[in-house]
Ligand binder design. Structure first.
Ligand code: PSV
Ligand code: MN
Length: 407
């Protein structure tokens, strides 16, 4: 009997003794899905430097191949988000087919209205009417791309904001933004959703037009039921309680999805669950508690890995989400409720931390075995030599300026 099977049997016994239905937990883990980002497979960097990774994806086809590989190895990453124009192609139907032939589908479509010179002062909120019109036209184009690739999520993030007090009229910017979002909303494919992402600063440093969840939530309420909020875990001021934001939004029925990543200081786009695994666990616990109210939440990774293997980094990202979810699923909610209602402050804390401190890796190994993927995907990847093969086949793409994907 292999080590993990023995460890699984012991863990299953302990969990059962704690009143946890292990089969029900496994059933949830079987259907967990995390979307990976096309841009996470290409070279990326900071404004200081882009260090090219040997074998990093250079084309849309290579990004599809890499996302499909991560899915094949982990079994939980069945779709890939795209960014337009980074992933622009002249045949989106063919793009969709290529993805499906590789075993994945195209997920969220991310419009990009932050890179062109015309967007220097913003996009939907820009004081320049021409820039605003072009930004709306790009949003509409992305709605058409959604239809062609079979996507039901338009994931909107704007770099809009100002750098100096007095630079622009903040209320006028709000009105322009509302107008641009409403125009976009009108073009959404039927039964699709617009997820509105917020970020408190960067690239604008004085004011950002969608700085926080409250602003995104208010915009979503004004737009209508197809608009929801996207929480990027890297986009908050230090100390913000993200789990509480999640609890509020999911209870209000407006939590659309996540961009998972990790950061210690600013928006560093690092591997989710690394700097603060407890935060990721508490987020997942709110989602587990929400049950069916969280059924439509889209779980997406938004990372730009600069100095590490893209494939290994992306696999570790989805695995960290599995670990956080598995821990959240084994919280003894009955005991927790009792302790909470009795005002047993530390008793309640202990119940939650018991789950967090449980080594769920054998449980995940068991689920992977049942799904027919490697029980330890990272070890299997390292042993396969696949990174070296890719480096030999693809070579090292010259680094793009500004930290944006090559190819
Ligand atoms: C902005 O920092 C952001 O989080 C948005 O989601 C963008 O689409 C993405 O990063 C670009 O890497
Ligand atoms: Mn993001």
């Amino acid at each position: 009997m292999s080590d993990y099977v023995k460890a699984y049997e012991l863990l299953a016994e302990q969990l059962t003794a704690r009143g946890i239905d292990v089969e029900a937990v496994k059933a949830k883990l079987h259907v967990q899905a995390i979307e990976t980002p096309s841009w996470g497979y290409a070279n990326s960097g900071t404004r200081f430097q882009t260090f090219p990774w040997p074998g990093a994806a250079r084309t849309v086809q290579e990004k599809i191949a890499d996302a499909a590989y991560v899915h094949k190895m982990t079994g939980v990453a069945p779709s890939m988000a795209i960014h337009i124009p980074w992933d622009k192609t002249d045949d989106y139907a063919a793009f969709r087919q290529q993805a499906e032939a590789a075993g994945i589908r195209i997920g969220a479509v991310n419009p990009n209205v932050f890179q062109e010179h015309q967007y220097k002062l913003g996009s939907l909120a820009s004081p320049d009417a021409g820039a605003r019109e072009n930004a709306i036209a790009h949003m509409v184009e992305c709605c058409a791309i959604m239809r062609a690739v079979g996507s039901d999520i338009l994931s909107v993030w704007l770099a809009d904001g100002t750098n100096y007090p007095g630079q622009d009229d903040l209320v006028e910017r709000k009105h322009r933004l509302e107008h641009g979002l409403a125009e976009t909303y009108r073009h959404l494919p039927e039964s699709s959703r617009m997820l509105i992402e917020y970020k408190f600063f960067e690239p604008a440093f004085y004011s950002t037009d969608l700085p926080d969840w409250g602003t995104s939530y208010m915009m979503a309420l004004k737009l209508g039921p197809q608009a929801e909020v996207l929480v990027d875990t890297g986009h908050h001021a230090h100390g913000t309680n993200i789990a509480q934001i999640v609890a509020f939004l999911v209870d209000e029925g407006r939590l659309g999805g996540f961009h998972f990543n990790s950061r210690k200081y600013a928006d560093d786009d690092l591997i989710v669950g690394t700097a603060d695994p407890l935060e990721l666990f508490t987020i997942y616990y709110e989602l587990v508690k929400a049950g069916d109210r969280a059924a439509n939440v889209a779980y997406m990774i938004d990372e730009s890995l600069n100095i590490e293997s893209k494939l290994e980094g992306m696999m570790l990202s989805v695995i960290n989400c599995q670990i956080a979810y598995a821990r959240a699923l084994i919280v003894n909610s009955g005991e927790l409720k009792q302790a909470q209602q009795a005002g047993d402050v530390l008793g309640a804390h202990h119940v939650l931390m018991d789950a967090y401190n449980t080594d769920v890796r054998p449980l995940l190994a068991k689920v992977r075995e049942e799904k027919g993927v490697p029980t330890d995907p990272l070890a299997a990847h390292r042993a396969s030599g696949y990174d070296r093969q890719l480096a030999a086949a693809r070579g090292t793409a010259s680094a793009a300026g500004g930290g944006y994907p090559v190819g």
